[in-house]
Design a protein around this ligand. Structure first.
Ligand code: SF4
Length: 209
């Protein structure tokens, strides 16, 4: 499901509840984080594919509406025809890896979407990108190309506040997401009765530098 089909009229009620200044702040924060992610990806400092884990349509929507700051009311349908990135997309090995692990990406993406704030269009975009970052092998903030774990935590708090608040033990973000999925699916994989008694404690908690 891309942004063309994802927005429903009932979701806009939550947008209206915010005043203009609040909406601008949320939008400015997301634009800043997205700019950082795109810049890092282009510099080869992320695990993300060229389109960041987004569909081609959503990627172009984000670039035009959120980042370029122009054509803000450009109809999405007109972006369907911008196929100039298609060859690059097909040759993108990271994209191929993402497609091989699509089920895993979807589970994390859906976890994030279930917990979205419902206040800014970019929450859907962010859920796709953050889920793609989870498929990398480094700390999530690094795999996304953000500047610090703290920046990622702010992104999480703004866009997925209930999920962010549930990480009250300051668990490493990827570990936290997978633990949530394990618990929800009944396939809970932790062997220790509690984190305090677990020999893998330092893998799950502690600094993400
Ligand atoms: S510290 Fe151990 S028990 Fe806690 S989440 Fe990590 S693996 Fe599971």
């Amino acid at each position: 499901m891309n942004l063309v089909t994802a927005f429903r009229p009932d979701q806009w009620a939550q947008h209206i509840a915010l005043n203009g200044q609040q909406r601008s702040l949320l939008s400015a924060n997301n634009s800043r984080w997205l700019s950082q992610i795109v810049r890092s990806q282009r510099q080869g400092r992320t695990c993300l594919p060229y389109f960041l884990g987004l569909s081609t349509v959503d990627y172009h929507w984000m670039m035009h509406r959120q980042l370029l700051g122009r054509q803000r009311r450009m109809p999405l349908v007109s972006l369907w025809n911008q196929g100039h990135d298609a060859p690059l997309h097909e040759e993108d090995l990271r994209q191929q890896l993402l497609e091989m692990r699509k089920d895993e990406w979807l589970e994390i993406r859906n976890l994030l979407r279930k917990n979205k704030a419902g206040k800014n269009d970019c929450e859907l975009i962010m859920s796709d990108i953050v889920a793609a970052g989870c498929l990398g092998g480094d700390h999530l903030w690094r795999d996304l190309g953000l500047q610090s774990r703290s920046e990622l935590s702010q992104l999480m708090l703004q866009n997925f506040p209930t999920l962010a608040a549930a990480n009250s033990g300051d668990m490493k973000w990827k570990k936290f997401f997978y633990k949530q999925l394990c618990e929800a699916g009944g396939g809970y994989v932790c062997r220790a009765p509690s984190c305090d008694q677990c020999s893998a404690y330092s893998d799950c908690f502690g600094p993400e530098e």
